[in-house]
Design a protein around this ligand. Sequence first.
Ligand code: GTP
Length: 556
Amino acid sequence: MKLKHVLTLSFIFLSVLPLFLALQYLNEYTAKQHRTQVEEKLEALSFIAEKRIEAVIARIIDSNALIASRTQMRLSLVKWLELRDKLALQKVTQIIKDAKGGMTRLHNISIYDTQGNLVTSTLNQSLPTTLALPIKKALPLVKLNHTDEQLFVASLNRLMLDNHVIGYIETQFYADFVIELIQERTGLGKSGEWLFAVRNQDGDALFAVPLKYDSQAAFKRTVSKSNVQTPITQALMGNEVIMAHAPDYTGQAVLASTRYLPSLDWGIVVKMNEAEISESIKKTSIVIYLLEGIILVLAIAIGVSISVYISNPIEKLISHTNKVAKGNFDPYTNVSGLQEVKELSKHFNYMISALKDLNDNLNQKVLERTQELNSANQKLKELSIKDPLTGLFNRRHLHDVLSHELNRSTRYKSPLTLCIMDIDHFKTVNDTWGHDKGDEVLIKMAKYLQTTLRDCDTVARIGGEEFCIILPSTRVSASVGLLERIRQDISDINFDTCLEQFTVTASFGVTLCAGSKNNIDNILKQADLALYKAKSKGRNRVEVYSQSDDNNSVNS
Ligand SMILES: Nc1nc2c(ncn2[C@@H]2O[C@H](COP(=O)(O)OP(=O)(O)OP(=O)(O)O)[C@@H](O)[C@H]2O)c(=O)[nH]1
């Protein structure tokens, strides 16, 4: 596995994976938080609403009590009830009208006698009107009243004089605060709604305000008390709770906060549709998923970049190492990346330079050794084929050359002659002028033969003072002519000594290398016989081999 792949995978496992899991957790946590926030908001709103209603009701009760406390009114009422004094009745009416004028949002004040018959009111109602006196319920009593257009809060209380009940007083205030409350839907989204219910004669929840999904619901629409799953029923049961996925009056699943006002026996619910909350959570989730995706892509991109940043210079170094291994000692110039890689590159270049020097030295030494070896081989070869004194070919090499020339002569059917030349009385030269002078004669003779013969001719020293000459493409007659000239030239060469000059002569035995017997030994033997003939005939002559020489040799 490559370094960059290891680094990328490590980065993903150590960084991207935990990041991914953290973001997943964040997503779940955010969804939970969002839901908790909605729950807390609903709870807070319902709590505030409860407190506001309680405060307003307390004010209404106080106002009622304030009017009821008017002594003149109570005395005039007694006077009217006992004496039917019309002036007293007018006085009562005037007092409550004055009281109404001094209070805002007050709709009507009604005074009843102890049997519940209407005595007077601030409105011009047709008399008599009776009041269903609350027998079981404690006073003061607060309840919701309504007309087709208006909603009122009515507060009923006793009128007391000298510890005796002399009648009842009922004040009716406009219930605007309730309407304002249900219309205030800030923070409740599109589906958010307030529910406000009282209990009807059967104990069922009777909605007292128009509903969002039913504008005609006020004092008409009910929810059965047996339907305990619905938030409004729970509210009237006195349970102040948060209900999740509860069915509302339309059957939709809602998140609701319930409140109960025990003094009034009212239920309040503030709710939002679960579908809207889920939608909102989903939107947040999409944003987080999007963010998650961007972060992951960025993290992977950064991981890959870092991996490449670290591994690339190392891969380039490896590639350069391969070049060095193949003998390219160029310095590594692509120095980039981390400080460590730069350091490595620097030392790598030192190493290349050292290797190059080492390699150069080695090559130089190999070259020198090869040259020495070649030169030694050349010398060996020359030693193996040449005569060390004269530099001419030796007898062994003569055999090779003669074999080659014989083949060529046979193939091309060209004449080939061979001659053995022997210096006459050479022993005398040695004896007279010394061995060194003898050597000098041999060397000079060799040089002469080399220069006078053709390049295609071969001359070899085959014995002490004996030379062999191979003359390719040369007939015997032409050879004899040539050898006569050589014989003459040799006899003309002067050799100097400290005392005098001397000359030498040579005898030549010639033979044609042809016929069925033309193997090397025979040819040499024939030339030898011819030479012998020349020596026998007085030396300093050229003699050609003839078959009769064989007989002479046998006889001698
Ligand atoms: N200086 C010198 N003398 C050599 C060398 N090789 C052989 N000789 C001598 O050559 C002489 C040959 O003598 P012989 O074989 O008697 O022949 P020759 O004296 O030339 O007499 P013929 O050949 O009959 O004319 C000997 O004295 C050898 O010692 C050599 O390399 N250097």
